[in-house]
Design a protein around this ligand. Sequence first.
Ligand SMILES: [Fe+2]
Ligand SMILES: [Fe+2]
Length: 135
Amino acid sequence: MPEIVWTEDMLVHIEKIDHQHQKLLSILNDLNEAMLQGKDKEMLSDIIAHLADYTFYHFMTEEKYFEEYEYPESDSHKFEHQYFAEEVTRFRNQFDQGRRDLSEDIILFLKGWVFNHVRKIDQKYSPFLNARGVT
Ligand SMILES: [Fe+2]
Ligand SMILES: [Fe+2]
């Protein structure tokens, strides 16, 4: 599976968040690469943990902006975050308990969700926050 390449339409024009999105993609690409190289379970588990932690940290960053600037679509956006956070946590637990393997399907799901979320849902707060001086 090819790596996800950063594209201009992923930019939200908020420096801190654009940096976090790039970092998220790079962790996903690391996970993909590690799977392709047949790295051991411990190594994969570390990357999955890193992905989960970084994802939560990133969602918190966005949600703090929503609260601070009273973003009107905050609830539905947070609902999307909640869904993904639960999926990632469930997968992480199952993987660590040896009940599930890392597969191409899971990587596709993780990448697909992040890619679509950033390009469609995150794009919606971009003009709202930019107009309030968050850049
Ligand atoms: Fe985001
Ligand atoms: Fe988001």
